[in-house]
Design a protein around this ligand. Structure first.
Ligand code: AMP
Length: 121
C-alpha cells in the first residue's frame, strides 16, 4: 500500500487543516484528538510519511524511531499523565483494517486523565 498524501494527518502536518497542538519537534507532532474517548485523548504522529507501525519500524531511520518513542513520553510529561509524575495512561496504535485504523498515517493515541480501564472500547 502506498502512502496517501491526502490523509487528514498529512494535511495537518502541512498546515492545511488546523489542530489543537500540544507539542512539536523535528520528529513528531502531537495534538488533541477531535473526538476524545477519555478525559485526555492526545495523538502523537511522526513527521515522516509512514502508514502504520509496521511500515514505520521497517522503513524509518533509527533517529526517527527514537524520536517518536521519546516523543510519546515527552507529550505524556507535558500533559501531566506520565508515570514519572505518578500518573499513567494508555498508548495505543491501531494498525491497518483489522486493527481498526481509520487514518492511514501512523499515530499513537494517548488516553489518560482518569482510570482508562482494561481496554478502550
Ligand atoms: P484510528 O482509528 O486509530 O485511525 O484513529 C484516528 C483518530 O483520528 C480518531 O480517534 C479520530 O477522532 C481522530 N481524528 C480524525 N480527524 C481528526 C482531526 N482533524 N484532528 C484530530 N483528530 C482527528
Amino acid at each position: 500500500m502506498k502512502y496517501d498524501d491526502n490523509n487528514i494527518f498529512a494535511k495537518i502536518l502541512r498546515g492545511e487543516i488546523p489542530c489543537k497542538k500540544i507539542y512539536e519537534d523535528d520528529f513528531v507532532l502531537s495534538f488533541y484528538d477531535i473526538s476524545p474517548q477519555k478525559k485526555i485523548h492526545a495523538l502523537v504522529i511522526p513527521k515522516g510519511k509512514y502508514i502504520d507501525l509496521d511500515d514505520f519500524n521497517s522503513n524509518a531511520s533509527n533517529e526517527e524511531i527514537i524520536g517518536l518513542m521519546k516523543g510519546v513520553t515527552t507529550v505524556a510529561k507535558k500533559l501531566g499523565i506520565s508515570s514519572i509524575d505518578g500518573k499513567g495512561y494508555r498508548a495505543l496504535a491501531n494498525i491497518s483494517d483489522d486493527g481498526g485504523q481509520e487514518v492511514p498515517h501512523l499515530h499513537f493515541h494517548l488516553f489518560g486523565g482518569e482510570k482508562v480501564g482494561k481496554m478502550v472500547s
